[in-house]
Write a protein that binds this ligand. Structure first.
Ligand SMILES: [Fe+2]
Length: 248
């Protein structure tokens, strides 16, 4: 069985289209999506519809999906630059997503456990019991061990940290499919293909280039707020918040 693992489009439908094109060449039997469909990119609604059109076996809720459907509390005022960006992204996405899609996002599950062939698997956005916990590829084994709930699990799939990797932990394999719409260190989109043969697991971490200029053009046409942050993040493949503060 061949499983495609996708995550973190963050409203970047141009990158998502390129990934779906590559995905067709891989002919997966099933697709799972691990969260953060919306926020911080120009096309949140398109990304929601593209995820749904793939008829995924599971769609897990990400921290940005969660924030988008609950945020902000009445009277909430941003207290720093990052929160100002988040508020503007929230307002932009609210105007461009249908109520029905917002309700769909708010009902996504936060985890799924199932078996692929003979491989017990757990899936999360960031990890069990948290949508925001950060476990990087270079984390100590004790931190990797925090990513599963059940001792018999042989595979953990997650997203959130925008770093694609596969690493054997104590008793199970951990696979992060990386990010389609936002990047860290490599400005190509990433996703994972996992092949199961009974209890054997083989992983491909795939990288896909896409037309950034076209994504920027869409962002400009739609007057997306904070385009400089979006452009900086994609041109440099870096986290934009600290660097951009000085430019604004
Ligand atoms: Fe994300």
């Amino acid at each position: 069985m061949r499983l495609a693992v996708l995550s973190d489009t963050h409203g970047n439908a141009t990158a998502f289209e390129a990934v779906i094109h590559d995905l067709h060449s891989q002919s997966p039997d099933a697709v799972v999506f691990l969260g953060d469909i919306v926020m911080r990119g120009p096309q949140p609604s398109e990304c929601i519809h593209m995820v749904r059109s793939l008829k995924p076996l599971a769609v897990i809720r990400g921290n940005y999906d969660d924030m988008f459907t609950k945020f902000p509390e009445p009277g909430w005022v941003p207290s720093n630059y990052k929160q100002e960006l988040v508020l503007r992204a929230y307002e932009y996405d609210c105007e461009r997503t249908a109520k029905e899609d917002q309700i769909w996002l708010s009902n996504l599950p936060v985890e799924l456990s199932c078996e692929f062939e003979e491989v017990p698997t757990e899936m999360y956005h960031a990890g069990p019991n948290s949508l925001v916990n950060v476990v990087y590829p270079w984390a100590p084994l004790d931190e990797l061990d925090s990513l599963n709930k059940y001792e018999h699990t042989k595979l953990v799939l997650y997203g959130h940290v925008h770093h694609a990797f596969a690493r054997q932990g104590r008793g199970r394999l951990h696979v992060n499919c990386g990010s389609i719409g936002l990047f860290d260190g490599d400005n190509r989109a990433s996703y994972a293909i996992v092949d199961f043969n009974k209890s054997d697991i083989a992983v491909q971490l795939r990288r896909v280039t896409y037309d950034l200029e076209s994504a920027l053009e869409i962002a400009r046409e739609r007057n997306m707020p904070d385009i400089a942050a979006f452009e900086y993040a994609h041109r440099t493949a870096r986290y934009p918040y600290n660097a951009l503060k000085q430019l604004t």
